[in-house]
Design a protein around this ligand. Structure first.
Ligand SMILES: Cc1cc2nc3c(=O)[nH]c(=O)nc-3n(C[C@H](O)[C@H](O)[C@H](O)COP(=O)(O)OP(=O)(O)OC[C@H]3O[C@@H](n4cnc5c(N)ncnc54)[C@H](O)[C@@H]3O)c2cc1C
Length: 462
């Protein structure tokens, strides 16, 4: 179809000020934070304001076999929101309103383009809590969170985004509007399409609205940053703590991550002595729990599992300690990292870490890797940094080779090649390490039902 025809048709759906064609806008709205993919291309970017405009766009795309790429906050790490030649990018930036709060049900109804931070702040102002949290909260959108089933720092206690979605309004790739679950707590009427759209990465349709559950704010919390000389000490502490108290977060990171974050955030090394690994945990504090934690930490210090400990005494200190963990992802950006987002059963995380570390040390000793992650959920982020002397192209080839090796280990552990960032374009060639051929066939079948002409984010996920 002629580009001019498409563009004039799109202009009849959206007002002129809500369609952009310039390459700068395509560069902004047509890509996420994935570094190793080629630059985006697209026909234009559109900014819908309501679902009827989207229905018209989806019908038009079906008629002329065009492809539509949902674009949220573009903080993804798997190329899910990356556009290619002749795509139309659909940004949710203007659908950014909180529609309603139902006090009796403690549910919030919002448009897909509301940022995660806006939802967290709204809940807090009601003395409630939206527990999904991670370092891109101010930029990422709830639509993107739902489309990737985002995890983050509190999964150990509160679960991933899926646990908090009580209802969704979606527009399928056929152009039908579906109201999935509508906020009900109980609903046993067969297939729950809400759960198909959670984690669907824009491949079945657009998420336009969500109903989210809020919960009670945790009482006073405390944050503890600690250092250890080996990663086994981290998993030992995790296991001891989990038997005694309910943790809100339990994270770990390596010394290189510590160095990167200190440099990027301009913050001082918090301990007396360097160690190989550091950890951070947060818990809901009261006198009884504080005593239990104190005893456990003293015991771990006596056994030389832990080297040093820092504890927050108020919110400001807690936020400061969190900077050492939350700053890692952004601090690595300048090293052009290739990101692995791996998951195994929490009970096997230590054996997996040992197997992956041995493999990387033996086969790829020349490449620097940075380790961190949500170790309490069995989720490990291994970042391979590009050596300055290696070209981007050669680095991508190298990373593809490493992927095959690491994912074979993941398969052996019955783990997942994507814990929380989604498959997108980047991890698509490796999906078979986590999903069987028949599972992938069923996924294709589902795609064909919701989006028979493959207008929705084609080429991503499957
Ligand atoms: C510093 C930093 C820290 C991070 N930490 C974490 C973390 O701890 N846990 C975690 O899970 N992620 C983390 N991420 C990754 C990222 O922020 C999440 O994946 C986030 O959920 C993506 O949301 P987004 O709005 O930016 O989506 P985008 O990147 O814009 O899109 C992601 C996918 O969702 C689709 N999509 C977007 N909006 C819609 C919609 N309305 N309807 C249908 N499909 C849609 C896109 O097409 C794409 O496939 C981090 C990123 C950064 C930069």
């Amino acid at each position: 179809v002629e580009n001019n025809f498409i563009i004039s048709a799109v202009m009849t759906i959206f007002s002129k000020d809500r369609v952009l064609f310039d390459y700068q806008s395509i560069l902004i709205y047509g890509k996420d934070l994935t570094d190793v993919l080629p630059p985006p291309h697209a026909l234009c970017v559109v900014f819908p304001q309501d679902k009827n405009e989207l229905v018209s766009l989806v019908h038009f795309a079906n008629e002329h076999r065009l492809s539509l790429v949902p674009s949220g906050g573009r903080t993804g790490y798997s190329g899910g929101a990356v556009a290619k030649q002749n795509d139309i990018i659909v940004s949710f930036e203007k659908m950014n309103h909180i529609v309603d709060f139902n006090a009796a049900d403690k549910t919030l109804h919002c448009e897909a383009g509301v940022t995660l931070k806006a939802i967290q702040d709204y809940a807090k102002q009601l003395d409630l809590f939206y527990p999904v949290d991670f370092a891109s909260a101010a930029e990422c959108q709830i639509g993107g969170n739902i489309a990737t089933n985002a995890g983050g720092l509190h999964v150990i206690r509160y679960g991933s985004t899926r646990q908090w979605v009580m209802g969704l309004t979606v527009i399928t790739g056929r152009g039908d509007i579906l109201g999935c679950n509508k906020g009900l707590v109980k609903n046993a009427t067969g297939y729950d399409f809400r759960h198909l759209f959670i984690g669907s990465e824009g491949t079945l349709g657009f998420i336009t609205h969500a109903i989210l559950k809020l919960t009670a704010l945790p009482k006073k919390t405390k944050v503890i940053l600690f250092s250890v000389s080996n990663n086994q000490a981290i998993t030992i502490l995790l296991s001891v703590l989990q038997q005694a108290v309910s943790l809100i977060a339990f994270e770990f990171f390596c010394h290189t991550a510590m160095q990167c974050v200190m440099q990027a955030e301009q913050i001082a090394f918090p301990f007396q002595k360097n160690t190989d690994f550091y950890g951070l945990f947060e818990y809901e504090s009261d006198d009884t729990v504080d005593l239990i934690i104190e005893k456990i930490l003293q015991d771990q210090l006596n056994k030389n599992n832990i080297s040093e400990i820092l504890m927050s005494h108020h919110e400001k200190e807690a936020n400061h300690l969190w900077r050492y963990r939350k700053g890692i992802s952004r601090s690595l950006k300048k090293y052009f990292p290739y990101k692995f987002d791996l998951a195994v059963l929490p009970s096997t995380i230590f054996s997996f870490m040992r197997a992956a570390a041995d493999l990387l040390r033996n086969k790829y000793a020349a490449l620097e890797t940075v380790w961190f992650g949500h170790v309490g959920d069995g989720n490990l982020h291994v970042n391979v940094l590009k050596p300055e002397t290696v070209s981007e192209k050669d680095f991508a080839v190298r990373c593809a080779e490493i992927s095959e090796t690491i994912y074979a280990v993941i398969q052996h552990f019955n783990g997942s090649i994507c814990a929380e960032h989604g498959v997108g374009l980047l991890k698509k060639p490796y999906l078979h390490y986590s999903k069987s051929d028949s599972e992938i066939q069923y996924m294709r079948g589902i795609k064909n039902i919701f989006d028979p002409n493959h207008v929705m984010n084609p080429g991503k996920l499957i």
